[in-house]
Write a protein that binds this ligand. Structure first.
Ligand code: 3PY
Ligand code: MG
Length: 253
């Protein structure tokens, strides 16, 4: 089976530089994949990507070594199993707030006896190889988003769930839950403290910790702190800011 380069990079102590896809297009996914991101996450929680656009985006990413990741809209086992069947190598699940939710999430990503994933890897075998089913459980990465006060309250229990590989900080929802509103690259002491607590707890439990950021500068600071999965901006935001920069340069604004 094709190896999961996320696991290799983490084993070697490196940081995964992850891009984020909101544009529901196989061509833009292909362009992003050829830019050299370690992984690309197709976001099905926010933005216009649906299952019909997801599959060709995964096919486009497969033209490169970039690892295909999907953020599902919610902790829905049916959809989690379908995105895995379509050939993604990591699933990010938003709003994991309790041990039970983490167990349900991880179980949906693992074939029995470790979990309850149903059999039917129709495209995953094309991407991963004919022996996909034999190795999927130890290859696919499970990443739970920690982004609420409730998750902070239950952090130790969530991190103890067998088969959970990584946790991922959503700074907008976390900030919102702590009463500071949404936004990236947080500086409020209460939010910063929560982020540092999540990083320390992840490390203690031997899990990889990731964070969504809005800029390479902040992402680089987070990587230096010990985050091993940093997401920077998104395809739509990068396109908009580059275009706005060109317009401003020509119009002098
Ligand atoms: C958040 O910041 O809440 C996220 O989920 C990142 O997309
Ligand atoms: Mg969020």
């Amino acid at each position: 089976m094709r190896e999961n380069r996320l696991r290799k990079i983490w084993r070697e102590g490196g940081t995964v530089v992850n891009g984020w896809l909101h544009v529901p297009s196989s061509f833009s996914a292909e362009v992003m994949a050829h830019a050299g991101w370690d992984s690309l996450t197709i976001d099905m929680q926010h933005g216009p990507v649906d299952y019909a656009s997801l599959v060709p985006m995964l096919q486009a990413i497969s033209t490169t070594d970039t690892v295909p990741v999907v953020r599902v809209p919610w902790n829905d086992p049916g959809l989690i199993m379908r995105v895995l069947d379509a050939g993604c190598y990591a699933v990010i699940c938003p709003m994991i707030n309790t041990r039970e939710e983490a167990e349900a999430f991880v179980g949906a990503c693992r074939y029995p006896p470790e979990g309850y994933r149903s059999y039917g890897p129709y495209r995953a075998t094309l991407y991963g190889g004919e022996d996909y089913t034999d190795h999927a459980n130890e290859t696919v990465v499970t990443m739970a988003m920690i982004e609420t006060q409730g998750a902070l309250d239950n952090l130790e229990e969530i991190l103890s769930v067998q088969g959970l590989d990584a946790i991922f900080v959503g700074p907008s929802d976390l900030g919102q839950s702590l009463g500071h509103g949404p936004g990236m690259d947080r500086g409020e002491p209460e939010v910063v403290e929560a982020i540092e607590r999540i990083l320390a707890a992840g490390r203690e439990h031997g899990l990889t910790t990731g964070i969504f950021t809005g800029s390479p500068e902040y992402a680089s600071r987070m990587a230096q702190k010990g985050f091993q999965f940093v997401t920077i901006s998104s395809d739509a935001r990068l396109m908009a800011s580059a275009a706005a920069g060109v317009i401003a340069a020509l119009k002098g604004e």
